[in-house]
Structures are given as C-alpha cells and as structure tokens.
Design a protein around this ligand. Structure first.
Ligand code: AMP
Length: 217
C-alpha cells in the first residue's frame, strides 16, 4: 500500500476517507489538526498559544509542526500512513521530502481532493460533534443527521459545534489554503507524485478513485 499525503480544503471529507482506509487497510491516520487540537488543550504557554492561533484560523509555526510529525513518523515502524493537514506550505513540503528520504519512505502519493465551495460551506456550518465519543454529524445532509436533534445516536451526549467551524474562520482558512496549495501542487506535480480526486461525486465513487490510486504499482 502506498503512503498518502492528502491535500484538501477544510471539510472536504478527508476524515471520512481516512477512517475507511484505516479500517480496511490498516493505515495510520496522522492529522496535524487533531494533534494540534490535543496540544491546545494543554494548560501550558505553548498550549495556550496554539489554541489562540487555531481559533483565528492561523497556521502554527513550522518548527512546532516539524517536531510533532517527525515524532509520529518515527513511531510508525513501517505501518502505512495518511498525512492529513500537512504540508501547508513549501517549507513543510521540503521538510517532508527530506524526512521521507531519511526514513526510507519512498512509496507515496499526493492526493489532491477538489470540491465546490458551496458544498464546503454546508459541510462546515452544518457539522456537529459529540464531545464524548467524537462521532461527527451534519445537520444539512440526511445521511449524516443525528436521529434526535442535537443528541449523539451512539452515546446520547449533547452535540457541539467545533469552535473553528464558523463561516468567518472558514473564509480565512480557505483563502490561505488556496494561496498555499497552489505552490504545493506545482511542487508535487513536478515530482510526478500528484493525483486529483473530485469530491463532488458520491462517497462510493470517491473511495473507488482513491483505491485505484493507492493500489497502483
Ligand atoms: P485542520 O484540522 O487540518 O483544518 O487544521 C486546523 C488548524 O490547525 C489550522 O487552521 C491551523 O491553525 C492548524 N494546523 C493544522 N495543520 C497545520 C500545519 N501543517 N501547519 C500549520 N498549522 C496547522
């Protein structure tokens, strides 16, 4: 199985796709957003700084990101992995390329997930999360609505909206995403590592397209 770097705007469905690949193929899902959200809960100067920046939709310093990801990659011991949320800029891409050579990680693809902005806005503003069991819902999509309004189907916890799931934060994140990914896509295209998957299609078709890519070779 190929290791995967996902490049996708916020709420494009990387989480759902990753869960599927984790369960079916034993991938390890490394999301810098999740790792940083955990860090932001820590009662320390670093934790507070990370929380403040994330709330505003700003990127966290590269040096912090490098330390986190290096540590996680070192503990994989050959298990296939999905990188989600990194790289966000050219410097992070170059860091990863160097790290992969160092760790003898040679068989990977970069998958760019494209999706319409209107669909993204619905996914962001409709997203609800159970703080107890982490299950996520969306109030705008029939298949993803909770059975009972604002209650988790599984553990009956009260659903919450993630603090950075507002239209304002989305606009900041989306603009910086477009700006930063332009160069990233060129970088990976020039290395012949780049694949595109259209996420405006059904979930089954998206997963099929991804499986065709990771099973190549
Ligand atoms: P995500 O869940 O990937 O959308 O990330 C949520 C937030 O975490 C972002 O808005 C950034 O503040 C921060 N973040 C996640 N990954 C990175 C990264 N690779 N570099 C810098 N900041 C990041």
């Amino acid at each position: 199985m190929m290791d995967i770097i996902f490049i996708a705007p916020p709420a494009a469905g990387k989480g759902t796709i990753s869960d599927y690949l984790v369960n079916k193929y034993g991938y390890k899902h490394l999301s810098t957003g999740d790792l940083l959200r955990n860090m932001a809960k820590e009662d320390s100067p670093l934790g507070h700084e990370v929380a403040k920046r994330m709330k505003k939709g700003e990127l966290i310093d590269d040096e912090i990101i490098f330390a986190i990801i290096k540590d996680k990659i070192e503990y994989l011991h050959g298990q296939p992995f999905i990188l989600d949320g990194i790289p966000r800029n050219q410097k992070q891409a170059e860091y990863l390329s160097k790290l992969f050579v160092e760790k003898n990680i040679l068989n990977y693809v970069v998958i760019n997930i494209t999706i319409s902005i209107d669909l993204l806005k619905m996914r962001i503003t409709g997203r609800r999360l159970c703080p107890q069991c982490q299950k996520s819902y969306n109030i705008y999509f029939e298949n993803f609505k909770p059975h009972e309004e604002n209650k988790c189907d599984i553990c009956h916890g009260n659903l919450i909206t993630r603090e950075d799931d507002t239209l304002e934060t989305f606009q900041v994140r989306y603009q910086s995403y477009l700006q930063e990914t332009k160069l990233l896509l060129e970088y990976y295209q020039s290395k012949n590592l780049l694949y595109q998957v259209d996420a405006n299609q059904t979930e089954t078709d998206i997963l099929k397209a991804i499986e065709a890519i990771i099973k190549e070779d």
